[in-house]
Design a protein around this ligand. Sequence first.
Ligand code: ADP
Ligand code: MG
Length: 254
Amino acid sequence: MGKCITIGVISVKGGVGKTTVSSNISSALASEFGKKVLLVDANFSTPHCGMHVGLVTPQATIHDVLRGDVSPFQALYEHDSGLHVLPGSLLPKNISPLKLKSKLEPLKDYYDVIILDSSPSLNDEMLATIMSSDELLVVSSLDFPTLSATLHAVKIAKQRKVPIRGLVINRARYKDFELSAEDISNASGIPVLSVLPEDVKVLEALASSTPVTLYAPNRDISIAYKKLAGSLIGVEYQEQGMLSKFGSWFTGRK
Ligand SMILES: Nc1ncnc2c1ncn2[C@@H]1O[C@H](COP(=O)(O)OP(=O)(O)O)[C@@H](O)[C@H]1O
Ligand SMILES: [Mg+2]
């Protein structure tokens, strides 16, 4: 297998969409691109990855791994999509966040991509994600408070000399009062990789603990997620249009 790439998903603000973006690009990379993918809940204080992928009361967790109670291989769970998840514990536990990097090391032989869902808190939790990542995605939305948080996240990543792959703009409502993706990109000096719309299907998907890319695969946001996932590994996502679907029925070709 080729070299594993570890991608941290960060923002210095809660509720922007880190966990949603992390779980959807992870499941898209696994189900659409056949990659071996591990989603790690690195938001140690409020770990919600499990809820996004239908894993609510895991036995062993990243907390146990960081405490040295279990090996990282003992805290892996397989999702229906083929995605592997290393979830967090909903019960508070004392941990050393900065051990994350060394604990992930032995897993890298087994995965193509490791996605780290970060904490927004400006402490060792977020630093653990930044220092464990080969590159970062910064999640932003089109309002001033989030822009301010985005500039902050970019500054921290630069101080730590971890490359930022790009911005993921989430919850675009396409209203006049919004900033534009270009505004965020110009202010931060970071390219925009994807603009994801506000979509109630995301909330519906969360209510059934399924990433929206699997819950509503043909929705615009799901297509956008698949394109984003493909771009991260340098593969173009081929949208299967109606024409090609019917075409293959008529010709008998798959
Ligand atoms: N594109 C979207 N459209 C609608 N709701 C969204 C979208 N992205 C995220 N959400 C919702 O916003 C809330 C916060 O998202 P979450 O991923 O948990 O943010 P974070 O991890 O940054 O705190 C969740 O309820 C999620 O379902
Ligand atoms: Mg989160």
